[in-house]
Ligand binder design. Sequence first.
Ligand code: BTN
Length: 248
Amino acid sequence: MRLLKAKVLRFESLASTNTELARLAGEGAEEGLSIVADEQTAGRGRLQRAWSSPKGGGLYFSILLRPTIPQEQWPLITFMAALAVGDALDEAGGVHTDIKWPNDLLSGERKICGILAEAIETPAGRAVIVGIGINLTQHAFQPELANVATSVSEASGKSPDREIILAALLNALARWYSLLHEPGGREKVIAAWSNRSSYATGRLVQVSNGDEIWQGTTSGVERDGALRLNTPNGEIRLVRAGDVCSVR
Ligand code: BTN
């Protein structure tokens, strides 16, 4: 059993919680070290995008992990993180979420949370920083994104308590991370993720990855977390990177 003991450092303002935690990991920080910032001035998202992080808008959180599962399973760390955020929002935010591959949390088809997992080299070995950004209020993002983004306050109709959501998130991360390290944990995490994602099977999607765009119907995920896509010409494509959007 792998115990995850989180120790949380709090900051008023940081460029990025992921960047600061990577620095501390390089200095030998232990697994479980976590950072929360009230605001980020250079918050980062997937695919080199910026993550808007104004004060009072969201939960901006990163945790350092030093997984001992085989490296080919590391993509499942984002799966377990998405499951943990889903639990935390259910239990402490009053919001039921869907997961869009690989790790966006949606409420009513709009994004409520993003996850950025970054593998880094440290003197103590390869590690992962899992960064989680949860929109707590509508202030988290620009008003023009209101058709694609939402927040815990909008989705639940209540004013969210960041600390209660954070406590639930830490508990849920400990549970799912421990499960991932157990024998058969990989299968359980994939099964739970697939159960909670309306994108896992039978969904007509478009995937864009740089200059490439594919369309197809999803048909589950591989053992390493890659999304299987049945394309119109009968091929199966495995998607390991890119943006997925629903085609209606
Ligand atoms: C995405 O959906 O593109 C991922 C967004 C991840 C944002 C979080 S906020 C906390 C952590 N620090 C960062 O700079 N990014 C992540």
